[in-house]
Design a protein around this ligand. Sequence first.
Ligand SMILES: Cc1ncc(COP(=O)(O)O)c(C=O)c1O
Ligand SMILES: N[C@@H](CCOP(=O)(O)O)C(=O)O
Length: 469
Amino acid sequence: MKYISTRGNVEPKGFIDTVLMGLADDGGLMIPDVIPSVSAQTLEEWRSLSFQELFLKIFSYYTNGEIPDGDLKELVERSYASFRHPEVTPLKEINDSQYVLELFHGPTFAFKDVALQFMGELYSYISRVRGEIIHILGATSGDTGAAAIAGVRGKEGIKICILHPHNKVSKVQELQMTTVDDANVLNLSVKGNFDDCQKIIKELFADLDFKSRYHLRAINSINFVRILAQTVYYFYAYLHLPQAAQGKTVNISVPSGNFGNIFSGYLAKKMGLPLGKLIIATNENNILERFVKTGEYKPGDFKSTYSPSMDIQVASNFERYLYYLLGEDSAKVSDYMAKLQREGAITVDPALLEQVQSEFAALGVKNEECLNIIGKYQQESGYLLDPHTACGIAAYEEYNGPGEIGITFATAHPAKFDEAISLLKIKQEFPAEIAGLSALPQHMTVTEHDKAEIASQLETFYTLSAEIG
Ligand SMILES: Cc1ncc(COP(=O)(O)O)c(C=O)c1O
Ligand SMILES: N[C@@H](CCOP(=O)(O)O)C(=O)O
């Protein structure tokens, strides 16, 4: 398998080179040239596999043998040894038509750990085996940053710089990132919002001279391996439904921001996983809901909500979906993206909109509704949802039809977002790993929202890294 860019101007690459490239050098996003197909019989054979075994099966379609089987197995085993649940991503039954896939049992209590624990191991492996310098640059609305740092802190040959929006992440998220005192970690707290942080890193990646001089590597979902690692739990969830649910339509509701998690579901479906609707749940930053309902993709005004990790207006992975929606025509994708840049909005025609609506449903959940859902589920079933998951549940309630099975992804543990939970006067118990954070000193540099200033901070940090790494 080779990997190509959504914009068509990158020579086809192998798996490891795609990981290293991150953002495609032509400004697009890397995707496989052909999506492999998993037969119904193979799926049936996968039912009894553990999460780790399933991971290896799925990756075997994508890695071209560039990582020997034994090495990949070792990386996967190490990645999930740090999870607190033996199943890694357990499926919980709420009732016989409603399930929650808990994705928060990793070191930083959010779904990002699933892909980023593996990416940390993978980067470390690539650094060791290929002698590549790994200087990670990432942007976060709170969870990616914490998980990426946890995945690579203290690892030889790797440095990581994460930009987060100043005072716009939850207290626990900030502490998880900034109490790490390893010398290979730099936290920049940027005066702006997540979209500003993401825009700056994309511009720095697009400066090919800067990118190659400082060996910039991506950990955000612009990196295809993030998307691929996230497909594993779609398969896992589907294959672990009880027998009574099998054969029914299975819809998945996914709290969404950068469109990475749900794009993994789209990929899983294209590989042959027989899912019903993919339900996009957002908060009041509802660009994706507006797109699915009207065909217009237009970033709106940024709003701070109770689910800060989804406070995103410009959904990075939308371009990957656009590629498939436009019939895998990279010239058309380039035109649409140029128009978006020029005019601030793009619209798809009615025939394409019909296709979008056959593939996705979407709901932008208001702050008040988010709290109502948390309160309701806590009272009725004793299950405490985090505010992102609550948006997912609201969208499930809106779109799951009678006789259908709905799986909502629980993308974070509620302890990360007590700012919202405490508004309901719910007193939650904090896991020890989180409770202990507030006693630790924090390390971060507050920075203007200014690309040149950030580039200069990176130059200093990455130059120093040569001595450390
Ligand atoms: C807890 C949580 N839920 C949902 C999302 C949205 O996921 P995605 O950006 O992959 O759409 C994020 C951040 O991305 C998150 O941290
Ligand atoms: N919500 C994310 C935003 C970045 O998303 P990514 O999937 O592209 O890494 C976060 O928590 O940082």
